[in-house]
Design a protein around this ligand. Structure first.
Ligand code: IPE
Ligand code: IPE
Ligand code: MG
Length: 242
């Protein structure tokens, strides 16, 4: 008699750490004859369903790139307006996120922030600190090179001996030492670059680029990105997919 082996369908791999470069707000606004700040508002509005979806899918760590160290090169009015929008949304959304178990982390430096923005960030961190369903890193005033330099400075300040410097000891000095390496980076807006995001943590990431502008990026697009990710073969330098 022929033996039948029950095969349980393999679960689609889900990224453990997903990072999103939310690009294209300015172009989205321009296309509609609106100000760039209106574009940023639309971008921020887009976040709620996306975060909810990632949470429901079981993504454990998410990093959202909100403002890079290079974004200080923008006109003062845009920078201030953007910070104002972020301050508002952090305050409002943190209460919602607390409800479904999301812990908010700030990834980057608070140098140069207004006291109001600093307050809104520290309140959000405090409010959600006991959550662990999903970790949401907000990369705000974040630069990958600045993070690496900051880590090096920290190690030197602690008197770390050269023979103690390895990937594990170094990692402890990063802004979010408990976040694992990034599995998938999604960049909206059509550019195909990393723009200084998590350059240490993305050494072996998968990338997904889409021309869709961030305010138009919905859960259907996110689902597509996750499907593409699930079909990638990750070998980490070896011969067998891992
Ligand atoms: C991304 O949108 C948001 C930030 C960088 C803060 P952009 O503002 O870069 O939008 P584009 O690239 O000009 O369209
Ligand atoms: C990357 O977008 C940073 C964020 C999305 C926060 P940018 O629009 O600043 O990137 P570049 O300048 O096109 O590389
Ligand atoms: Mg841009």
């Amino acid at each position: 008699m022929k033996k039948t082996i029950a095969v349980t369908p393999k679960k689609k791999p889900i990224p453990r750490h997903l990072a999103i470069i939310m690009d294209g707000n300015g172009r989205w606004a321009k296309k509609r004859g609106l100000s760039r700040l209106k574009g940023h508002r639309a971008g921020v509005k887009n976040l709620r369903p996306i975060i909810k979806y990632m949470h429901d899918k079981g993504v454990k760590y998410v990093t959202l790139y909100a403002f890079s160290t290079e974004n200080w090169n923008r006109p003062e009015g845009e920078v201030n307006g953007l910070f104002h929008i972020l301050e508002e949304i952090i305050g409002k959304e943190s209460k919602e996120l607390k409800k479904y178990g999301v812990r908010i982390h700030h990834i980057g430096s608070i140098k140069g922030f207004s006291s109001k923005l600093k307050k809104s960030i520290s309140e959000a961190l405090e409010l959600t600190k006991d959550n662990s369903d999903m970790h949401l890193g907000v990369a705000l005033n974040y630069g990958g090179r600045a993070e690496i330099l900051n880590a090096v400075k920290g190690m030197i300040a602690d008197g770390t001996q050269p023979n103690k410097v390895n990937e594990n000891t170094f990692k402890k000095y990063l802004y979010a030492p408990d976040f694992p390496d990034v599995d998938l980076v999604i960049r909206t807006g059509g550019e195909m670059r990393i723009s200084n995001l998590l350059i240490w943590q993305t050494a072996y990431s998968e990338y997904y680029f889409t021309p869709v502008l961030w305010p138009d990026f919905g859960v259907e697009e996110l689902e597509e990105a996750l499907t593409a990710y699930s079909q990638r073969q990750r070998r980490f330098g070896g011969l067998q997919p891992k």
